[in-house]
Ligand binder design. Structure first.
Ligand SMILES: *[C@@H]1O[C@H](CO)[C@@H](O)[C@H](O)[C@H]1NC(C)=O
Ligand SMILES: *[C@@H]1O[C@H](CO)[C@@H](O)[C@H](O)[C@H]1NC(C)=O
Ligand SMILES: *[C@@H]1O[C@H](CO)[C@@H](O)[C@H](O)[C@H]1NC(C)=O
Ligand SMILES: *[C@@H]1O[C@H](CO)[C@@H](O)[C@H](O)[C@H]1NC(C)=O
Ligand SMILES: *[C@@H]1O[C@H](CO)[C@@H](O)[C@H](O)[C@H]1NC(C)=O
Ligand SMILES: *[C@@H]1O[C@H](CO)[C@@H](O)[C@H](O)[C@H]1NC(C)=O
Ligand SMILES: *[C@@H]1O[C@H](CO)[C@@H](O)[C@H](O)[C@H]1NC(C)=O
Ligand SMILES: *[C@@H]1O[C@H](CO)[C@@H](O)[C@H](O)[C@H]1NC(C)=O
Ligand SMILES: *[C@@H]1O[C@H](CO)[C@@H](O)[C@H](O)[C@H]1NC(C)=O
Ligand SMILES: *[C@@H]1O[C@H](CO)[C@@H](O)[C@H](O)[C@H]1NC(C)=O
Ligand SMILES: *[C@@H]1O[C@H](CO)[C@@H](O)[C@H](O)[C@H]1NC(C)=O
Ligand SMILES: *[C@@H]1O[C@H](CO)[C@@H](O)[C@H](O)[C@H]1NC(C)=O
Length: 485
């Protein structure tokens, strides 16, 4: 009797022991590598980052057929920057809350004094990042110190470079100090079911506390709208074959900004084949192409479809933006926006032209208060063509419907608007501001009245008509370092 009980107890213990061993289940918990929950301290956060990296390393060594999952259990972990190079065939299942510690002076930087992102993946393939967890960047203090020009760098949340065959699903990302997802030189990504949230109330409070809820610094926004160029972009991909769907984004900069690729990229030379669909954006500065500055390696974005998007109080909805630059060229072509609704747009519902941006430190091309200040040159080095907008309703817009501006020496061509209606504001003009914009308007209100401005004498743009693959030879060494906005 007694020995049977002992044997049973021993058997249970053995079962428990076996069950607790990551090597058997394949799920590698960060707790087994020294992670400590609930401790708001930078050194613990560094230890937790090390635990996550060690767990990923461990799971990487399991056989390919095994369940190679790195597991973050449901608890709060402060998390300093971590980086992963050459990971393949791994799942990160994050059910916990990962919080960036707020000890800014301890935040590590790279050789150029740029803050390291919370997560940096380089050279990866076949990764799945998922779970019911959340990554919280605690951005407020960073935003505030950036506005005050006290700091000049702040971390992105999740960066991936040279990665392919990646799925990011269902996680929540909030309050990144800078971009939430920055995906550079990538191929074959699927992103769905995630939410990205910049906490408006907390931001509003932060700004109100510092007397910044005014319009002076940043253009004709109504009082009470937080100053927004905080670079809290949602998803910024550059590369090929990207499907984004069923995402919810609330922020104060680009919701999704498809950045150009050029011949300097490794995995491709043009950001192409994008489908962004079935998603909701609150505030946000648009479902965006760009910004696209000229580049000696030819910056390129093509074959993009945004569809079934609902915008609530967007700062911009449709946004295609060029950036200044004197070296090289760029191209944006074959982009479609279909079935969009915008409720209560706060600024331009539709904007195609030179980007409106001023960094808090004063850097940036400006154009913020165009047309009040008409100094906002279009850039003929970027060729824009074959853009279609169809089935778009914006209602109760606060300001004029939009801006459509290209350069006389390289007008936008084959621009097709079909069933596009912007109802509401008429300040500072009652219709679109439209220049050098060739195309057709079918069932569009208000109807754009496009002017041809006189061409300046510039020699370069048309020769880069970019029909077929006529690319000027890239001259890498002379290229300028252009801030990736
Ligand atoms: C991975 O974890 C298992 C179980 O803890 C352990 O047996 C193995 O030695 C670890 N591998 C490495 C490389 O640390
Ligand atoms: C970091 O910040 C937390 C919370 O403000 C604080 O408790 C901690 O002492 C700070 N210092 C370190 C080294 O973590
Ligand atoms: C980084 O910052 C340090 C300290 O402020 C400075 O000495 C150094 O020159 C900077 N390096 C770069 C690459 O800007
Ligand atoms: C990425 O992998 C390639 C090929 O394996 C290698 O040549 C390259 O150095 C790696 N890059 C980085 C940043 O690790
Ligand atoms: C694209 O990536 C997914 C994983 O997210 C993978 O299942 C699929 O096979 C990849 N597609 C191709 C063509 O490799
Ligand atoms: C969209 O994402 C949410 C949140 O992850 C999920 O609950 C829902 O099932 C998804 N819907 C579709 C249609 O994929
Ligand atoms: C870009 O890629 C395409 C197809 O992969 C190729 O035909 C073209 O030559 C490339 N252009 C440059 C500048 O590398
Ligand atoms: C997006 O929504 C459309 C229309 O409801 C639907 O046909 C399509 O399958 C959805 N896409 C995804 C990936 O769920
Ligand atoms: C335009 O882009 C769509 C994807 O949005 C693609 O299916 C189509 O083939 C492209 N057209 C051309 C002419 O490249
Ligand atoms: C248009 O988008 C809405 C979501 O914003 C969706 O419910 C509807 O099914 C879409 N219509 C079509 C024709 O796909
Ligand atoms: C736009 O409004 C018209 C008229 O109310 C309606 O028929 C159409 O379906 C709406 N389209 C979208 C994309 O909401
Ligand atoms: C057109 O491009 C030229 C050359 O870059 C520039 O000087 C000019 O200001 C642009 N025109 C307008 C109206 O923006």
């Amino acid at each position: 009797m007694r020995s049977r009980r002992v044997r049973l107890a021993l058997a249970c213990l053995l079962v428990l022991l076996v069950a607790g061993m990551p090597a058997v289940t394949g799920r590698v918990s960060i707790l087994d590598f020294g992670a400590v929950p609930n401790s708001n301290n930078f050194y613990v956060a560094t230890r937790n980052a090390a635990a996550l990296m060690a767990a990923a390393q461990n799971a990487s060594q399991l056989p390919l057929g095994a369940d190679r999952t790195v597991y973050v259990p449901p608890a709060t972990f402060y998390m300093a920057p971590s980086s992963y190079t050459g990971l393949h065939d791994l799942t990160f299942e994050i059910d916990g809350e990962l919080i960036a510690p707020l000890n800014m002076s301890l935040w590590p930087t790279d050789d150029h004094n740029n803050s390291l992102p919370i997560f940096q993946f380089t050279n990866c393939s076949r990764l799945l990042l998922t779970g019911s967890g959340v990554v919280d960047g605690q951005g407020y203090d960073w935003w505030w110190l950036i506005i005050l020009n006290i700091i000049h760098t702040r971390p992105h949340m999740l960066c991936m470079d040279l990665c392919q065959d990646v799925e990011i699903a269902n996680l929540r990302f909030k309050n990144s100090a800078q971009f939430h997802l920055r995906l550079h030189d990538i191929h074959n990504f699927t992103i769905h079911g995630i939410s990205i949230e910049v906490d408006v109330e907390a931001q509003r409070e932060l700004l109100a506390n510092h007397g910044l809820l005014t319009t002076e610094a940043h253009a004709p926004l109504p009082i009470g709208i937080p100053t927004f160029p905080l670079n809290t972009d949602g998803i910024d991909p550059a590369g090929t074959k990207v499907h984004i769907y069923n995402v919810t984004i609330q922020n104060f900069d680009d919701a999704v900004a498809i950045k150009p690729a050029s011949s300097k990229f490794v995995l491709s030379n043009c950001s192409r084949d994008y489908l962004v669909e079935n998603s909701t954006v609150r505030f946000g500065v648009g479902m965006t192409i760009g910004s696209v500055p000229p580049n000696l390696g030819i910056n390129c974005v093509e074959n993009v479809l945004f569809r079934n998007i609902r915008f609530e109080a967007p700062i911009k909805g449709v946004y295609i933006k060029t950036n200044p630059g004197e070296d090289g060229y760029g191209v944006i072509r074959n982009v479609t926006y279909r079935n969009l609704t915008m409720e209560n747009p706060l600024w331009w519902s539709i904007y195609i032209g030179p980007q409106q941006q001023k960094q808090p430190d004063g850097h940036g091309p400006g154009c913020m208060i165009y047309p009040l200040n008409p100094d906002c040159p279009t850039n003929p080095r970027i060729t824009i063509s074959d853009i279609t907008l169809e089935d778009i309703n914006a209602t109760n817009a606060l300001l004029s419907p939009g801006i459509l501006r290209c350069n006389a020496s390289n007008p936008c061509t084959n621009m097709v608007f079909r069933n596009v209606h912007v109802q509401g504001g008429s300040w500072p003009t009652s219709s679109f501001i439209c220049e050098n914009f060739d195309g057709t308007f079918d069932d569009v209100s208000p109807l754009p009245n496009c002017s041809q401005t006189p061409a300046q004498h510039v020699q370069h743009p048309q020769q880069v008509a970019l029909q077929g693959n006529v690319w000027p030879a890239p001259v890498m060494s002379q290229d300028k370092d252009i801030l990736a906005d």
